[in-house]
Design a protein around this ligand. Structure first.
Ligand code: ACM
Length: 509
């Protein structure tokens, strides 16, 4: 019972012929290849959490009953022809467990599969049925977004979220760092952004921000788990916190009051202005320097107070500044309005699974500049939408409620006509936090729906994507989700006990 569903998982069948693996207290983790040590340390930490076992890590060939992690060029599945650097094999037999991969990331995803096969609370007679897994992701980009601007989440809370998304083989964490309600990343050259703009949150929620050292540490923590942090500096709209900090960025030259409500579209940077240009160069330069990953997200959504001409000129320049800082720009799909984006600019599509207005055309504009798309259709992939009518937390504008089934039964390649897998970088589930005040609430909005989006991003495309409704079996998926509950309980991850799932009775919130 694995989520996301592996490409191939073959049970060895009759246990009297292929007996299970038994994890004995004497088991060791045998490592070979660059990066295998670090993966083994994470496996050991996970076994300590799940089972209270801490196997020794050894640099020698595995003995009977050991777990081997091998990272080498010839590893990973071959039969299916995948060239994904994240591919892995996992073999479980009485002799031992063996994870093979070409990269540490692949080995780490193999560890996540193994972890899901291990019953939680394992005592010293823990047995795992013999099985062979051959696996690789459908998309290179599988993400979750946490809006730390509306409500601030501490570094420790974000790390907890990182741990929870790693289990699902998500490999990008998009941090929405700036918005009307808060500016959360310290900028040395513009210190008032955090001193003033970081002092509040939605609904009078706590303020807060990441120092540059804290942010570097978060990025490194994610990277150890093979997760790339994608920082977003949302502009030119969604900028009230910046305007409240520096009146010279405001079109009227007057700092507005700090804002803690939930309206959107009312703020804009002054465009076509030398001070604003310097501001954009400074914030992009500082954040790019903190971020080893390839992307910097410049926002560009809901700029309802910027004229179209000003928006186009501003975003074109900002995207060039991002490229000059060594990063690939990502923008919400409205950025498709800008005709001559830098080559390779990535669009993040957030309209519905049936595109409205000109959303499809804007999405296709990224392909026109040699870019690609991250699919985040808001009617199925937005984690802030209520699960059910009347929920106290969450919003319902995006065709809500969004059930677990809704989050599962869709296909990224069947949304924008003309945009198939060749142009889709991946999928992402954003969690906006206007109404979400604590990390426990954030987790309850994310889980289990994030497991559905993770599977949409990882698992093989349905053979007939035209018939996605019948090909994605939400009932079978719900049964696998139920098996995650004990792992979530062991890790202290909160989740919503949605009615579509037969949750184990002894666990849950
Ligand atoms: C968005 O939901 N404004 C991208």
């Amino acid at each position: 019972m694995v989520v996301p569903r592996p490409v191939r998982l073959e049970s060895a069948g009759d246990p009297s012929v292929s007996p299970p693996f038994v994890l004995s207290p004497a088991a060791r983790i045998s490592v070979a290849g660059d990066g295998a040590d670090a993966v083994a340390r994470l496996l050991r930490a996970e076994l300590a959490t799940d089972c209270g076992q801490e196997p020794a890590i050894v640099h020698e060939p595995p003995a009977f009953g050991d777990i081997a992690i091998v990272i080498a060029p010839g590893e990973g599945p071959h039969e299916d022809g995948s060239d994904s650097a994240e591919r892995y094999t996992l073999e479980v037999a009485a002799e031992g467990v063996r994870i093979g991969a070409v990269t540490p990331a692949g080995a780490f995803w193999g560890v996540q599969t193994l972890r899901q096969l291990i019953p939680v609370g394992c005592d010293d007679a823990l047995a795992i049925d013999a099985v062979r897994v051959h696996d690789h992701p459908r998309y290179a980009y599988r993400g979750a977004m946490l809006d730390v601007a509306r409500h601030f989440f501490t570094p420790a809370e974000v790390k907890r979220f990182i741990d929870a998304i790693a289990v699902l083989k998500l490999n990008h964490l998009h941090l929405h760092l700036t918005d009307d309600q808060g500016w959360r990343i310290h900028i040395e050259s513009w210190p008032e952004l955090t001193r003033v703009g970081g002092s509040t949150g939605s609904d009078g929620g706590r303020g807060g921000f990441y120092t540059q050292d804290e942010f570097r540490d978060l990025v490194a923590y994610a990277a150890e788990r093979h997760i790339t942090v994608v920082p977003e500096l949302d502009m030119p709209g969604h900028t009230n916190a910046a305007l409240a900090s520096y009146p010279e960025l405001d079109p009227e030259g007057v700092a507005p009051a700090l804002y803690t409500g939930s309206d959107v579209g009312f703020s804009t940077l002054q465009t076509g202005d030398a001070t604003t240009e310097r501001f954009v160069r400074d914030i992009v330069r500082e954040v790019a320097a903190l971020t080893p990953g390839p992307y910097l997200h410049l926002g560009g959504d809901e700029c309802l107070s910027t004229t179209d001409a000003d928006f186009v000129a501003f975003v074109r320049d900002a995207a060039r500044v991002v490229v000059e800082s060594g990063k690939t720009p990502i923008g919400w799909h409205e950025v498709g309005k800008v005709g001559d984006l830098p080559t390779g600019t990535v669009g993040q599509y957030w309209d519905f699974t049936s595109p409205r207005g000109n959303a499809a055309e804007l999405a296709r504009a990224f392909v026109g500049v040699g870019g690609s798309l991250i699919m985040s259709p808001s009617d199925v992939a937005y984690l802030d939408i209520v699960y059910a009518d009347g929920d106290p937390i969450g919003q319902d504008w995006a065709d809500g409620p969004t059930t677990l089934r809704d989050a599962y039964v869709w296909d990224p390649a069947r949304i924008v006509p003309g945009i198939g897998d060749a142009h889709i970088l991946g999928v992402e589930a954003p969690l906006w936090t206007e109404t979400v005040a604590t990390i426990e609430e954030a987790e309850e909005m994310a889980f289990p729906r994030l497991a559905a989006v993770a599977e949409v991003g990882w698992s093989a495309a349905p053979a007939d994507t035209d018939a996605v409704e019948t090909v994605r079996d939400a009932t079978e998926f719900a049964a696998r989700v139920a098996s995650l509950a004990e792992h979530w309980d062991a890790a202290g991850t909160r989740y919503r006990r949605v009615p579509d799932v037969a949750w184990p009775e002894t666990v849950g919130t």
